[in-house]
Design a protein around this ligand. Sequence first.
Ligand code: ZN
Length: 357
Amino acid sequence: MTGFQSMFGFESILGQEKPIRLLKTLLRNETIPHALLFLGIEGVGKKTTAMATAMASNCIDYGDENLPKEKIIRANRSTIQKITTKSGICGCCKSCSKIKSGNHPDIILVEPTGNFIRIDQIRNLCNTLTMKPYEARLRVVIISDAQAMNPAAGNALLKMLEEPPDRTVLILTAVHTSDLLPTIVSRCQHIRFSPIPHNHIEALLVEKQGTSHDDAKIIATMANGSISKALSMISHMSKINWIKRRAWLLNSVESLSIMSIPLRLAFAENLSKNKGVLADSLEVMKSWFRDLVICKFDPAQIMNKDLREKVQRNSNKMSVASLLSKIDDIHLAQKNIQANTNLRLTLEVLIMRLAKV
Ligand SMILES: [Zn+2]
């Protein structure tokens, strides 16, 4: 766990002012619904915010930072007393300590084991929830990556959403509503999390990770709004240097049209060998073609800003229609890879298509 992730509370969450404001209002008014659905791309703070909500709901010393910090009270007829009210989650009361160490019996986290959240996990959860909370003011169940539930697990969860247990809130996190059963989606209040602005990620990398400004800018671009992706790219830098890998990927893509067919196939083979970084590599390639389109209309908005001249030069060479079809080609390859089709063949087809002028 990095220093950043081990921070707690709403203050540790970057760039999500709107959802946090909404949650604080629900907490303040004690109108938290039985089920919340946090929506947004990976690595934007959905789970951290769910944890902060669990802490704020149960912190013995919680004070809403939107309320005045000082309150004037009349102690008796003649004396007026000024008291300081608490601000935010205390982080050290019995409840906060237990939640931080993962030992609170009523704060339950359900996560995929492998690729799926299995029906047994949901059945166990249902059994636990038939009992009253042990000690929490509000029991909080976080179902992280809820799209990993198969339909059977989803249906088991649905029963619980139809008859919500007492003093309990379920927080589901997912990327899209379309990945979940519509009957689950309709029973939750939705809270949307935006991608984190690149400059926030850049600042975080410089300040907390000691990354250089130039590298932080490039990593922030590649992470495309996801803090966890940026942090993982930085922490794996010794194994895979993403700065160099991006340069290699974009140089290869740029010269595809003049490459011989054996070289194109070798590039596809190289990509297929490194499965662990394939998804991010395809995103880097997509960002390149997206930039070539954007450059035609609003050059200031391109993502790979450090490659402005290169982007400009290549953008002039290709039509919008051809660029958009290349983006579609990458998208199709991504879908095929997710569906477990023949990886090598999928990439060979993709590279041959991208090479067309
Ligand atoms: Zn506390």
